[in-house]
Write a protein of this length. Structure first.
Length: 167
């Protein structure tokens, strides 16, 4: 990620938004939404960098965690995409890359003769644990955020997720 900008681009966009569309326009909502997106982009870059030494991207790491947290260590491919909120093609690509590295196996789904399960391997569990330690070491990219602020952010973002139908 590039260096620091000499100004806050979202604060500037907020000013310009209000000047163009007036005080009744949802300029605070625009600034909040774009702030969330910018933080997401910066976090993803930091998280990808933390897990890269383990041959992972954060998306692949999330898939390993999802499988490790499942009751049986495997899930149907459709569930992988659904739970990670990604397109089925992206889920297939992630699982194929993990399988090529021996971290996941693709096995027939006994409940659905045409379907496939993604199953985490012991090597996948080990790699996930190593990558998790690296993410813990950088506080998941949120170093400097206090425990109280974490709670506030989590509750605010959870409310947005709930209202949007995430759960």
């Amino acid at each position: 990620m590039s260096g620091k900008l000499p100004f806050d681009p979202i604060a500037r966009a907020r000013e310009l938004w209000r000047a163009r569309w007036g005080a009744d326009a949802p300029y605070d909502a625009m600034a909040t939404a774009t702030s969330i997106m910018r933080v997401q982009q910066r976090l993803l870059a930091d998280l990808d960098a933390a897990v890269a030494p383990y041959g992972l991207t954060f998306a692949r790491y999330e898939a390993l965690v999802l499988l490790a947290f499942s009751r049986t260590g495997d899930l149907p491919m459709s569930k992988v995409g659904e739970r990670l909120m990604i397109h089925p093609t992206s889920a297939t690509n992630i699982v194929q890359r993990l399988a090529a590295d021996g971290l996941v196996e693709r096995v027939p789904n006994p409940q659905d003769g045409r379907g496939t399960l993604a199953r985490i391997t012991p090597a996948g569990t080990n790699r996930m644990e190593e990558a998790t330690a690296a993410l813990h070491a950088i506080d998941f990219g949120l170093a400097g955020v206090s425990e109280r602020e974490h709670g506030q952010l989590w509750r605010l973002l959870r409310n947005i997720r709930k209202r949007s139908g995430d759960f």
